[in-house]
Design a protein around this ligand. Structure first.
Ligand SMILES: [Zn+2]
Length: 290
């Protein structure tokens, strides 16, 4: 599943090729249209596919930014502002193609669900193999409360104090630390891969109760999470399963992960253990992590 670094990679690669372009026409896949006919709203949320097509046509893509794991497209038509909110779900990706070209990464080719025809024979395709992703159009972010409830971006100046304060709240202090750092209302953008990795590097067991970790250790954990996220952004993200950037390229961070998916601890060579926390499998070293 794409986490913050992978989404940041998508945003950075989309910006130079898409900002300033106007959406000439839009195509939505028959699969998505059929899902709406039976009340399922696959991928296109909040409007019908037909409404989304009608609204998007003629809009200019002014700016693309990231908030946690959401990609935000600032759109404008006749002086009116809109935002298209995209979440990549488990296996979504954007691809920048020349008109009617096939996606190089073949497994995405049959899963082209939203296609934006831009100026200059450019096609921006949202492909999603498992269809857990989302595309929705709003006039402003107040129309999409999940974004308003998010913790600050981990790189913002107030994010560390926000995290430390949350850890002391009754609803979090008795929880396992890994569940807390993966909660977007406490610390945003840290999913299973980077939570596993940061806890290993900070020497903290994923199942440790939050209130039993000292303030200094929690600060160290926060700094480690930020360092791991920045390292991953620098290495193009992790391509554990389906993540690809807009040119279909895989990232390099998966080769730098020390604990995620490891059966033997790379530091002390002890067999690792696994525990399910917040519905996700957590690897840890019973020797290096306390
Ligand atoms: Zn170890």
């Amino acid at each position: 599943m794409p986490e913050l670094p992978e989404v940041e990679g998508v945003v950075r690669s989309l910006k130079p090729v898409v900002e300033g372009k106007t959406i000439q026409s839009v195509q939505i896949s028959p699969t998505v249209k059929a899902s709406h006919e039976v009340g399922k709203q696959s991928i296109v949320k909040g409007t019908t596919p037909e409404q989304l097509i009608e609204h998007l046509e003629g809009m200019k893509i002014v700016k693309i930014t990231r908030r946690s794991k959401y990609i935000l497209f600032d759109l404008e038509r006749d002086g009116q502002q809109f935002k298209m909110i995209n979440h990549l779900g488990m296996s979504g990706g954007w691809f920048d193609l020349k008109n009617a070209e096939e996606i190089q990464e073949g497994k995405f080719q049959n899963h082209r669900h939203v296609e934006l025809q831009l100026d200059g024979d450019q096609t921006l395709v949202y492909a999603d193999i498992r269809r857990f992703g989302e595309v929705r159009l709003v006039e402003n972010l107040a129309q999409f409360p999940p974004i308003l409830k998010l913790a600050p971006e981990p790189f913002d100046a107030d994010a560390k104090q926000y995290f430390l304060d949350c850890c002391n709240l009754p609803k979090y202090k008795n929880k396992e630390i890994k569940a807390v750092i993966m909660d977007g209302q406490v610390l945003c953008g840290c999913g299973n891969i980077y939570a596993t990795e940061a806890l290993f590097r900070a020497g903290i067991r994923p199942g440790r109760k939050t209130s039993l970790i000292s303030g200094t250790k929690k600060e160290q954990l926060f700094d480690t999470i930020v360092a791991v996220l920045l390292e991953s952004i620098a290495f193009g993200g992790s391509s554990i399963s389906d993540y690809r950037n807009i040119n279909g390229e895989a990232g390099g961070m998966q080769d730098r992960l020390k604990m995620y998916g490891m059966n033997i601890c790379p530091m002390c060579h002890t067999n690792t253990k696994q525990k399910t926390i917040a519905g996700r499998n957590s690897y840890y070293c019973p020797n290096c992590q306390k």
